[in-house]
Structure formats: C-alpha cells, structure tokens
Ligand binder design. Structure first.
Ligand code: ZN
Length: 406
C-alpha cells in the first residue's frame, strides 16, 4: 500500500470573518500548518472549500466550492514606507487579506454609507425566530456568501455554514529553458498523491489479469498531515487499520472460504507501506544547508528518506525491496539524510508503521520551496514516481516475500 497526504499549509476563513478597515473590505483568516507565509503576499488569491447547504427535504448536505476568480489579496507595504532589512510581519494583523472596497460594495447594493447593513439574513435568523448563531450572511461579508451560494447554485439563505480556505489562482505550469521544471502550488503533497493514484491505475491496466493476484493494492490519502495527523481523517486515526481489517476478512482471503481469525494480523505482517511525501531537492543558493553526500537533485529520481531518530520509517530491508522494485521499472533512486545540525521534517510513515506494526519506507520526489505558495519540482521525477509505484503494485507479491528478516 501507499500512504500520502493531500493537505497543504493555507489560510482558512475564520468563523466570523467580516471585517473592514480604512475603507477596505477585509476577510479574517486563520493560519493552517507551517506555511512560508511571506510568499502569500501580493498573490491573486481566491477561496475553495465546502459549504453545508439546506436542501429541499430539509436535510443538510455538503457541496464542494471553488471560486475561480481572484477576490482576495494580502498587500505588502511599499518599500518607500518601511525600509526594513528583513521582511517581518504580524500574522494576525498584517497577513490579512483585502477583498475590495467598502464604497464599491455599497454601490453594488445600491446603498449609501448611512444605510449599509448586512444584506442577507437567514430565514431562521430573522428577529421572530430564535437562532443560537448569527447567520452566515451576518458573520461573513454578504457578498462572499452570495458568491459561494452562486457557485453551488443555491440561494444565499440556504448556505448554513462553510469551511473555506484560500488558494493562489495562478495555474500550475511547465517551466525552465527545456521545459524540465514544474511550477505549481501544493506539490507537497499533491504530486505524491497524484503519482500513487496513477501508479495504481496503471498497475491494473498493465497486468493482464488480477485473477492471479494474491495481494490487495491500496492507496490511502490522508488529511491533516501538516497539523500532526491526529484527527478523524488524519493518518493517526483508526481509518486505515479499520479499512485493512475489513479487507483482510473478505471471503477467499488466502485461498480459504472462511477467513482465519488472525487474518488482520497476518495481513499486517505480509504487507508493506510506502509513505510517499515530497523530499527536498538541493537548492543551489543554499548548498551548505544540505549534507554533503546526500543532496537530492531534480529529475534524478525519487528520494528514499532516512533518519536515525526515526523521523522517517525507512530501514534496510525496505531499501532492498524498493531498490528491486525500481530496478524492474528502470527508474533511478536517490538517498537523503539531513545534517546533524539541521532540523528534520517528518511524515505519516513513522506513525503508521508504529500503529500498524507494518514494514514501512519513506520516500518522495525532490522539490524546492516546500510550503511556499508556489513550489518547484522536476517534470521527469513525476514519471519516475508513477513507474516506481506501478512496479511496486505489480511486483510486490513476488518481491515482498524475497526479502527475509527473521
Ligand atoms: Zn508533506
């Protein structure tokens, strides 16, 4: 199986976000994860997330929302007004998006300054009805609620609540003189999520038949890695163990009509988990930050991540298995450790290997600017990782049993 995460550092709209200052409409946001927040300034931002909508039958349903046009921006201060050497700012008061001008909004509503008030009130929230919370149209700028409502094609009064995060509207693109680079937001960790899913699909297409396959091929994509994974949909939950337990007692498991009572434990001991999360390519401007002999290069293959203090779950039997897998796929691999005088990130690998007691290895493609709003990766590494994962799924049943640790 392959595990990866899909969340990235971002700014999330606060539960009461309606603010204004100096004639600007502003939207209150909360930081999520450890972003390189200075990169969020002067970008063309918008919102995406989910809205809870009241449907015709009185039920509350989730609708996914993406507002495509740029509606938000976090403005830097002109250099003329502050000649600070290093760029520092307050995350509460200065990492604070503007969403337009109060005057323009009043114009749109056909109101003058004196008569302005929240445009939308929830039907349940009029003065004649008791409501424990103010309606979304009162907690947030009504225009924001209107745009969300129009995206999901409901009336603003049908939006009961929402969770929206900010994103950069600039699309991903291919870059570099020879189109060898990938400029994109959220490569950590959508690149590994993408490669693992495509690898799984390709593995099913490339093998002539799954009838002979003894293993179950599984990809698990988690939320909340950037904030510690200790949530219901994070890797530190019982989600994956529960799914594996249910799969392991499927009829026919191990060629038997009735599953063994310890089928789950057998499954764990026979399985292997690749924890796929992006790695750091060497940055040419900061070469000294990397361990001399472990400087992963862009487009030179997926990086196996190793750490003596188990920040990564990789060990030698795992390296042997993945090396054999890569050999079958004819794709290169690289090795990474951090310097002893440097801090080290971690992944879902160590926590999953601990909770499942399963053999695990950490790897990921090299990238620059991890946790920036706009990251950089290598085009060929995407192809290498897809081929590596396809090979892993196709050959695991054969290769997994050939690495013996007693
Ligand atoms: Zn990550």
């Amino acid at each position: 199986m392959i595990g990866a995460h899909m969340d990235s550092p971002t700014l999330r709209v606060k539960p009461i976000s309606k603010k204004q200052g100096e004639g600007f409409i502003q939207v209150g946001v909360e930081t999520y994860g450890g972003g390189l927040w200075h990169t969020w300034f002067d970008r063309d931002l918008s919102m995406a997330g989910r809205a809870m909508v009241k449907d015709r039958n009185g039920r509350f349903v989730q609708k996914l929302v993406r507002i495509e046009r740029p509606i938000l921006r976090i403005p830097t201060l002109a250099v003329h007004l502050d000649r600070q050497e290093t760029f520092t700012f307050n995350k509460e008061t200065q990492l604070f998006p503007i969403a337009g001008l109060v005057a323009a909004e009043l114009n749109r509503q056909g109101k003058s300054d004196g008569t302005a008030k929240a445009g939308i009130t929830n039907e349940d929230c009029s003065s004649t009805h008791f409501s424990p919370l103010k309606a979304p149209g009162e907690r947030h700028h009504p225009h924001v609620v209107e745009i969300i409502a129009s995206e999901v094609e409901v009336a603003p009064s049908e939006i009961v609540d929402f969770e929206m995060v900010l994103y950069d509207t600039q699309k991903s693109c291919v870059g570099g003189l020879n189109e060898e680079l990938l400029f994109s937001p959220r490569l950590d960790n959508l690149e590994m999520s993408f490669c693992s899913i495509v690898g799984l699909i390709n593995s099913v297409n490339s093998s002539s038949s799954l009838d002979e396959e003894e293993s179950i091929r599984l990809v698990s994509l988690f939320d909340h890695e950037e904030i510690g994974s200790n949530t219901a949909q994070g890797a530190d939950s019982n989600f994956l163990p529960t799914v594996i337990r249910r799969l392991s007692v499927l009829p026919g498991f191990g060629g038997k009509a009735e599953p063994d009572p310890d089928a789950y434990e057998q499954t764990l001991s026979k399985s292997f988990l690749i924890s796929a999360d992006m790695a750091h390519s060497v940055n040419p401007n900061y070469g000294a930050k990397y361990e001399t002999d472990h400087k992963p290069e862009m487009n030179k293959g997926t990086v196996i991540k190793i750490n003596a203090n188990a920040r990564y779950a990789t060990n030698s039997p795992g390296i042997v298995l993945v090396e054999k897998t890569a050999r079958r796929a004819k794709v290169p691999l690289q090795l990474f450790v951090v310097r002893n005088d440097s801090s080290c990130g971690s992944t879902i690998g160590p926590m999953l290997s601990a909770s499942l007691g399963m053999r695990t290895l950490d790897l990921g493609n090299p990238q620059l600017s991890m946790h920036s709003i706009r990251e950089t990766g290598g085009i060929y590494d995407v192809d290498y990782a897809i081929k590596l994962f396809e090979s892993f799924f196709v050959h695991y049943t054969e290769l997994g049993g050939s690495v013996i640790v007693d």
